[in-house]
Design a protein around this ligand. Structure first.
Ligand SMILES: Cc1ncc(COP(=O)(O)O)c(C=O)c1O
Length: 427
C-alpha cells in the first residue's frame, strides 16, 4: 500500500516501537516466570490515592446530572470551564501567580500538549526561516523525540557532569555552550527530568528564564512529575510562573494516567492557539480527569495529596531502591545520577564494554525490562560514548520486584565488565 512520508517516518521509529512491542509481549514470553518491568513510565498504584479518587467518583455518581454531564457533554474549547476556573483560583491563592482562566487549557494528556506546542513554535516560519526548540540539557524525555516530525526540530546541548561522590553524579546545564541564535524559537526542560530524576535548580531555571526573556522567546517547563502537583521532588525547588513561561502539567503521575489529562498554563494568545489546534486535532478534551479532580482543585486537596501522600510514597520507594543499588552494585564502577525527583534512577556504567542496547537485550532474556539510555538524547548531534553507557530504571513497581530486578542487572553488568577484563588479560 502506498502511504505518506509521515507513515514512513513513524514506521521507521523502529527503536522505540520495538521497545513498546517488547513491553507488550513480555508477559506472554515470561509465562510463569517472574517478570521485572522496570522500564515503563506508569506511576505506582498508591492505595490512599486510589481510595480518594474512588470516593470522588462515587460523589460524581451521586450528584444529580453530574455523571450525565461527564459522559454526555463535550467540554468547551479550553476544557471543562469549571476546572479551568478552579485551577486558576488555586494557583492564584496558593502561589500568587497572575493567572486567570484565559491562561489555562486542558489537553488529552500532556504528550498531546507538547506535540501542539512544539508544532506552534518550531519548523517553518512565515518569513521562510525554520526554527528549533533548544533542549539546554540532554538526556531529556524520550517523548519529545517521538514528536520530532518533519517540521519539528530540536537543538540539544550536552550537560556538564559533576561528580558528587564516589558513586553519584549530577548533570548541570552547560551555560557556556548555550547560544540563542535566531533559529531558536523556545527553550524546553522537563523538571524533574525524565529519565535522570534531575531537578534543574532554581538558579538554573532563573538563568534560562533570563535568557528566554532577553531573546523574547518562551521557556517551556514540563512539570509532569513536578510542581505544583504531583510534586515528586525531593530537593528544595520552586516554580514561579510568568507570562513568558509555558508550564505543562499532567494528572498522570498523580496516579491518573488513564484519564489522559494534561494542563497548559501560558499567555492567552498561546492558549487560544492551542484550543484552535486542539479542536482540529481532537475536537474537544475529555472530561474525565477534570471532573474527577475538580473538588480537589477547589479545596486544595490536590496539593495536600501531592505533598503528604505522593511525595513521601516515592521518597520511601527511592530509599529502598538506593539501598538495593548500594548492596547489589557495591563491587562495580557504577554511577547513580542524584535522584532528586520523579520515579526513575539513571545508572551510568563508565567504560561499559557492551552498549546499552546490548545490555537491554541480555536483560530481556532474564525477564528484566529497562530503557536503554541512548533514546533520551533527542536532537543531540555527534557521537558521545556516555549516551550508550546508561540505563533508566523505574522504581514505581513493587519493592521486591525492583530489588530483584536490580540484582539481576548487577549480575549482568558484572559479567560484561569481567568478560572484557578476561579478554584483555587473555590477549
Ligand atoms: C517528562 C514527561 N512529560 C510528559 C509526559 C506525558 O505524560 P501524559 O501524556 O500522560 O500527561 C511524560 C510521560 O511519561 C513524561 O515522562
Amino acid at each position: 500500500m502506498n502511504l505518506s512520508s509521515w507513515a514512513d517516518r513513524i514506521y521507521n521509529e523502529v527503536g522505540i516501537i520495538n521497545l513498546m512491542k517488547d513491553l507488550g509481549n513480555a508477559p506472554a514470553i515470561a509465562g510463569d516466570r517472574p517478570l521485572y518491568m522496570l522500564g515503563g513510565g506508569n506511576p505506582a498504584h498508591i492505595p490512599e490515592i486510589e481510595q480518594y479518587f474512588r470516593d470522588q467518583m462515587e460523589q460524581i455518581l451521586q450528584t444529580p446530572d453530574e455523571f450525565e454531564h461527564l459522559i454526555g457533554d463535550y467540554a468547551g474549547p479550553q476544557g471543562s470551564n469549571r476546572f479551568v476556573a478552579a485551577l486558576a483560583d488555586l494557583l492564584k491563592a496558593n502561589f500568587d501567580w497572575d493567572v486567570g482562566p484565559e491562561n489555562i487549557a486542558v489537553s488529552n494528556g500532556s504528550q498531546m500538549a507538547f506535540t501542539v506546542m512544539f508544532r506552534l513554535l518550531s519548523g517553518q516560519y512565515p518569513d521562510g526561516e525554520p526554527k528549533q526548540i533548544l533542549l539546554p540539557m540532554t538526556p531529556e524525555y524520550i517523548g519529545y523525540n517521538e514528536a520530532d516530525e518533519a517540521e519539528i526540530r530540536f537543538r540539544s546541548i550536552r550537560p556538564n557532569i559533576m561528580t558528587t561522590s564516589d558513586h553519584t553524579f549530577k548533570y548541570e546545564i552547560d551555560f557556556a555552550n548555550i547560544e540563542i541564535s535566531d533559529e531558536i524559537s523556545s527553550i524546553c526542560i522537563s523538571r524533574p527530568t525524565n529519565p535522570t530524576g534531575n531537578v534543574v535548580t532554581d538558579d538554573e531555571v532563573s538563568q534560562l528564564m533570563a535568557l528566554a526573556n532577553k531573546h523574547d522567546i518562551p521557556l517551556i517547563v514540563d512539570g509532569a512529575y513536578g510542581l505544583p502537583f504531583p510534586s515528586i521532588v525531593f530537593r528544595d525547588a520552586t516554580v514561579d510562573w510568568n507570562e513568558n513561561m509555558i508550564l505543562i502539567l499532567s494528572l498522570s503521575k498523580l496516579g491518573l494516567p488513564g484519564t489522559r489529562t494534561g494542563i497548559i498554563i501560558a499567555r492567552p494568545e498561546l492558549i487560544e492557539l492551542f484550543t484552535c489546534a486542539n479542536a482540529i486535532m481532537t475536537l474537544a478534551s475529555g472530561n474525565f480527569g477534570s471532573f474527577l479532580t475538580l473538588e480537589s482543585v477547589k479545596n486544595g486537596k490536590i496539593l495536600e495529596l501531592s505533598r503528604e501522600i505522593i511525595r513521601p510514597y516515592y521518597q520511601n520507594a527511592l530509599s529502598s531502591t538506593v539501598a538495593s543499588i548500594q548492596t547489589h552494585f557495591a563491587d562495580l564502577p557504577y554511577m547513580l545520577h542524584e535522584p532528586e525527583g520523579a520515579f526513575f534512577v539513571w545508572l551510568w556504567f563508565p567504560g561499559l564494554p557492551i552498549s546499552d542496547n546490548e545490555l537491554y537485550e541480555i536483560l530481556k532474556k532474564r525477564d528484566v525490562y529497562v530503557v536503554p539510555g541512548n533514546f533520551f538524547f533527542p536532537g543531540l548531534e555527534g557521537e558521545w560514548t556516555h549516551r550508550h553507557e546508561c540505563i533508566r530504571i523505574s522504581y514505581a513497581g513493587r519493592p521486591e520486584i525492583v530489588d530483584r530486578g536490580l540484582q539481576i542487572i548487577a549480575e549482568e553488568v558484572r559479567c560484561a565488565y569481567r568478560e572484557t577484563k578476561f579478554a584483555v588479560s587473555a590477549g
